[in-house]
Design a protein around this ligand. Structure first.
Ligand code: ACO
Length: 322
């Protein structure tokens, strides 16, 4: 038994934050941001939008694409690190919005790589014969975790959600998944939980924003992703020419180009959305995947390499025949 992608969907908030708008807020320029990251704008959650509402919208699109009803779903796995509450989980709230059936639903926390971790979990459940249809969602509102005057982070992150339905199949869709974590890098990238309660002193609250040593994260990301794509190909006894598309995490165009170069893939075979979306964390890979499926670039039967790297550090890949 294997799992295959039966349908995908995504959701992006309507409100946009452009580089020109950021120039008004912090000491930066449109040209610097484009040259160093490739990002032109990001979508920002507003008017009651959050990880749950965006996840529900992406999930409904994925279910429609898979031609399934919510009652067909056996399990919901949500990749997120930016839910409004510690619990109930984002997954439980999404389950309540989608279905009256008491199917299991839980969150996976692996920051920007979360969707690959969720995909791997879902794939194992389907391969084992436990579940037939699993809804996986990546949804994040990391713009809310960035200190509004921190030019290191606010230029990078946008909000959004992406989803896929994985379905049991006699032929392989998800061919392999590869996951890694390295907790020793915690001081390079993270978000501390805000102290709870009204007694928290202001200086503690100010520590609740994302911290990131960007250029050090950059170096580890390039090196680990290079090893990861190699590992994925070797595990499947493939060379890069077997790949039709690279669907990378949308953190930085320079990181994406380095990974494509490692694979000797031209940028015409690489899906990028970051000019429009920025880094949407766990939503980034499924958004890119869905955009390229809907615009007809990714077709059934083609072979894709999905990869992501992020906070933890945690990084992962999937080799997929769509
Ligand atoms: N605008 C203008 N200048 C800036 C900005 C800015 N927004 N930010 C930094 N600078 C300046 C710095 O002060 C520095 O100036 P100096 O040379 O006078 O000291 C110069 O630009 C270079 O700074 P670096 O930090 O070295 O810039 P770099 O080229 O590394 O780009 C960036 C920074 C875009 C953050 C990059 O390092 C990056 O993308 N890192 C990876 C981020 C990432 O992938 N995170 C993982 C995923 S996130 C997650 O999992 C939640």
């Amino acid at each position: 038994m294997f799992s295959r992608i039966a349908g995908t969907g995504h959701y992006l908030p309507e409100q946009c934050l452009t580089n020109a708008m950021l120039e008004q807020r912090v000491d930066t320029t449109h040209d610097w941001i484009v040259e160093r990251t490739g990002i032109h704008q990001r979508h920002i959650a507003s008017n009651g939008e959050n990880a749950v509402t965006m996840g529900v919208a992406a999930a409904r699109n994925a279910l429609a694409a898979a031609d399934l009803e919510t009652s067909d779903i056996d399990l919901i796995v949500v990749a997120t690190t930016s839910g409004d509450r510690a619990f109930p989980s984002v997954a439980c709230e999404i389950q309540a919005a989608l279905t009256e059936h008491n199917i299991p639903a839980f969150d996976v926390a692996a920051a920007c790589s979360g969707f690959l971790f969720a995909m791997s979990v879902a794939d194992q459940y389907i391969r084992s014969g436990t579940y037939r249809n699993v809804l996986i969602i990546g949804t994040d509102v990391l713009s809310r975790l960035c200190r509004p005057d921190d030019r290191n982070t606010i230029i990078l992150f946008g909000d959004g959600a992406g989803a896929a339905v994985l379905q049991a199949s006699d032929t392989p869709g998800i061919e392999s998944t590869h996951l890694h974590s390295a907790g020793e890098f915690a001081d390079l990238l993270g978000v501390n939980h805000p102290p709870r309660g009204s007694e928290a002193p202001a200086e503690e609250l100010s520590e609740a924003w994302m911290y990131m040593k960007g250029n050090e994260v950059f170096k580890v990301a390039v090196s680990k992703l290079s090893e990861l794509v190699n590992e994925t190909l070797v595990a499947n006894n493939l060379t890069p020419d077997a790949l039709d598309w690279l669907v990378p995490h949308q953190a930085n165009l320079r990181i994406i180009k380095a990974t494509a170069k490692k694979l000797k893939m031209p940028m015409s075979q690489v899906i990028t959305t970051l000019a429009d979306t920025g880094n949407t964390s766990a939503a980034s890979v499924p958004i890119a995947l869905d955009v390229a499926i809907r615009d007809g670039r990714i077709k059934r039967g083609q072979r894709l390499l999905l990869e992501a790297f992020g906070g933890g550090f945690a990084w992962g890949s999937a080799l997929v025949t769509y």
